[in-house]
Design a protein around this ligand. Sequence first.
Ligand code: DX5
Ligand code: ZN
Length: 235
Amino acid sequence: MVKSIIAPSILASDFSNLGCECHRVLNAKADWLHIDVMDGHFVPNITLGQPIVESLRKAVPRGDGVTKPKAFFDCHMMVAEPEKWVEEFKNVGADQFTFHYEATKDPLGLVKLIKSHGIRAACAIKPGTPVDVLFELAPFLDMALVMTVEPGFGGQKFMPDMMPKVEQLRAKFPELDIQVDGGLGKATIPAAAEAGANVIVAGTAVFTAPDPAETIKFLRDAVDVQLKARGIYEE
Ligand code: DX5
Ligand code: ZN
């Protein structure tokens, strides 16, 4: 069984007000905060690193999920040599470490390293990477991320031709958290939800929405309908 998880990407937030921006979307019932870490090597852009995550964790502490949001930090590591950063990101407050398959020689070793630090391990594939590279790894993963844009920048156009990857993963791994990232919003959520994605990253769509709570609910409802139709819905 899987849940719908809506993860606004803070890349689309006002970085000069980062703590407030995070509280704003958590109050709008976001489940996770998606934190895009880019190093200027693996992708042609630089965003933020561990000092910012550390400050953010102080401004947005973990809650019990009832009286206060859990404030789950979903760290999408678009970096070369991801192995180098696991311990530090865990120490500054990451709850999940998503590395790129293309960035490592030993994906399974890296999954084990991440889990040895007591956080969730996830693996992402770029649009040009075939999904079958994840088939052997998936049983060890907490989440697979199918990129729906070329990693590097927010605000790009969703690639619907990535949906067969999501469908294949969902068919093989009914209980796996499957994330999609890039160009998700009200217009594109139906395709992703129908394909079987349950973890939805949405930067621009949530942070620029006049009513983020309404947008988050829209995305969640679309996913829940499809999870129910597949018989894998968990509340
Ligand atoms: C792209 C990032 C995405 C991006 C999503 O490299 O991994 O998380 O911020 O932004 P939107 O939802 O605006 O496409
Ligand atoms: Zn991302």
